[in-house]
Ligand binder design. Structure first.
Ligand SMILES: *Cc1c(COP(=O)(O)O)cnc(C)c1O
Length: 404
């Protein structure tokens, strides 16, 4: 049969056609009123998308650039910081903090697990200047309790800044940035906003801006103080990624239109959408006889799945690609061969989710000897979840009750 390539990867995510058109049309110079109007509009939309009253800044880098900016602007060499690490992206915070001379305390959860609030509490010191974590650890598809950790910092009377990599958390996970007291939040373009890689964004609280003023780290390209000063005038410090910014504007317009034009409403819709795709996928793989990686809490950004005993997870990656041109990801680093991941970030909908689940059934039928396998079991489990979550089942029951 014909195969259409489809990405099911936790970054890059499938590109939004409207954003691709906007990119192609974006031959404007960046020191012009046209660009300033675009930039101001997109920065304003991003604030709503992130859900903060604070300024959001854009930088021309992949997400890691904004993670580095968080470390270089908000810490000083010798600062004691706490990194909560549960996978490859947690390790990135650790490496970045060390690269900038921080003394790193580490709470490390095994791959597939999150840390307990008690562990965090015990590792927190009066001199801890910052706490770093992911909202969702994309390498293991685990969700961390950002709200719980924010509340813990408050109840412990800690002055530590709470710095969150929400690169796959934004658009998939409920995050009350200002309400919880998140001091820095980082996002990336190739995730929920459905545009190519190359843009990162970051927002800082008032407390974080104070730290940025007193940090002793040298900064140049990623100097957030300078970037904010320019952003307030509708300018970027250096040549911005004009095409990607135009794409981002088109994407945020598209996202807003999904909820009648109100970006704030759609933020919740997007989260709900990812949660439903993830719940459908989890139910399906279990109905197929496969196991999820770790005990949860599971992220809605992606689902990490264990292959049957003795099977390399690469079989799923390879078979889904060669049979259906569906691109899923293997485990990263030491998890390679151990798990495969299906993402739910960005523009995945019911059709995509049912499609990848049905494709998984075909791979299972062709390649695995799963006890009790029958076509349709995984799809049926996903259908049930979809109906429950979107209210179809509830509505039918209510209608029945009325007729009875
Ligand atoms: C994708 C991702 C990043 C950023 O990676 P880049 O390759 O630098 O864009 C960081 N953290 C998480 C959790 C991610 O999923």
């Amino acid at each position: 049969m014909i195969r259409k390539t489809r990405l099911f990867t936790p970054g890059p995510t499938p590109l939004l056609p409207a954003a691709q058109f906007a990119m192609a049309a974006a031959d404007i110079h960046h020191r012009t009123p046209e660009f300033r109007a675009l930039y101001e509009r997109v920065l304003g939309q991003l604030k709503t998308f992130v859900g903060t009253k604070n300024d959001v800044l854009l930088m021309a880098s992949s997400g890691t650039g904004a993670m580095e900016a968080a470390v270089s602007n908000l810490t000083s060499p010798g600062d004691r910081v706490l990194v909560l690490s549960a996978g490859k992206f947690g390790e990135r915070w650790e490496a970045l903090a060390k690269a900038f001379g921080c003394q790193v305390d580490l709470v490390k959860a095994e791959n597939g697990f999150t840390f307990s609030l008690d562990e965090v509490k015990n590792a927190l010191k009066p001199e801890t200047k910052a706490v770093f974590l992911q909202a969702t650890e994309s390498s293991t598809a685990v969700r961390h309790d950002v709200a719980g950790i924010a509340a813990l910092l408050k109840s412990a009377g800690s002055d530590a800044l709470l710095i969150v990599d929400a690169i796959t958390g934004l658009g998939t996970t409920k995050l009350d940035v200002d309400g919880w007291g998140v001091d820095a939040i980082v996002g990336g373009s190739q995730k929920a906003v459905m545009i190519p890689p190359g843009l990162a964004y970051i927002s800082l609280s008032d407390r974080a801006w104070k730290a940025a003023e007193t940090s002793k780290n040298p900064r140049y390209y990623f100097d957030l103080r300078k970037e904010r000063k320019n952003a307030l005038k509708g300018e970027s410090s250096y040549t911005p990624s004009v095409a990607l910014i135009a794409a981002l504007g088109a994407s945020l317009d598209f996202i807003a239109a999904q909820g009648g034009g109100d970006l704030a409403t759609v933020r919740d819709l997007l989260v709900e959408n990812a949660e439903t795709c993830a719940a459908m996928t989890r139910a399906a793989v279990q109905a197929l006889g496969l196991k999820l990686f770790g005990p949860g809490p599971y992220a809605a950004a992606a689902t990490a799945i264990l292959p049957p005993e003795g099977v390399d997870s690469g079989v799923f990656v390879k078979e889904l690609k060669s049979r259906f041109a569906a691109i899923v990801t293997n485990g990263q680093g030491e998890m390679k061969g151990q798990i495969f991941r299906i993402a739910h970030i960005g523009m995945f909908d019911y059709m995509d989710t049912i499609g990848i689940i049905a494709a998984l059934e075909q791979v299972a039928a062709a390649k695995l000897n799963l006890p009790g396998f029958a076509y349709g079991k995984a799809v049926a489990a996903a259908q049930q979840v979809y109906a429950e979550r979107t209210g179809l089942v509830k509505a039918a029951r209510e209608a029945e009750a009325v007729h009875a």
